[in-house]
Design a protein around this ligand. Sequence first.
Ligand SMILES: [Zn+2]
Length: 191
Amino acid sequence: MNRNQVLPQVELSPEPRALKRVDFCAPQSYKGAGFLSIADMPRVSEEASANLPGDGFDWNVQTHFEESPGSEPHQILELGLKGRLHLICQRCLQDCAIDLEENRRFILMNTEAEADAYPIEDEEQEPLVVNPHFNLLETIEDEVLLSLPLIPKHPDGFCEPHATTFGDGQAEELENERENPFNILKNMKKN
Ligand SMILES: [Zn+2]
């Protein structure tokens, strides 16, 4: 008998507060979707260089049970994320919009030991240790943080390097070097 057909499916509240406490040990599956602003995610908020209208992430979550021969059915959680935040462009040092779209799949575990024993080479899904008052908001926030580019940048050709990326002194030196050829020309004409 398929467990998903017997167990009730519970609708997750889109309220950020409600996501902080989800019972993943209850005999039920979940489905839900909502939007989290940057302010709803304090650690993402710390990374963001600006919080502009529309910044934030649409999320959707769905869990189901998968039969596994010889053991209890596995609970699977699928998480989809799509949204935008602003980071400092490492080329021009201005705010830069970063669009992210991620889909993750987790296999839910009850203990750290079970998660540690899970084959690390499984690239399709990763273990996630849950409990009856699991903070799903933190998991969503973790996934946003993990998706951030290491070196955020505008698309190529969109912006110019900021002078201070060379250091103040060196930037002045570059200016002087640029003037030098003209000085040389002037001197040549005088002779
Ligand atoms: Zn830039």
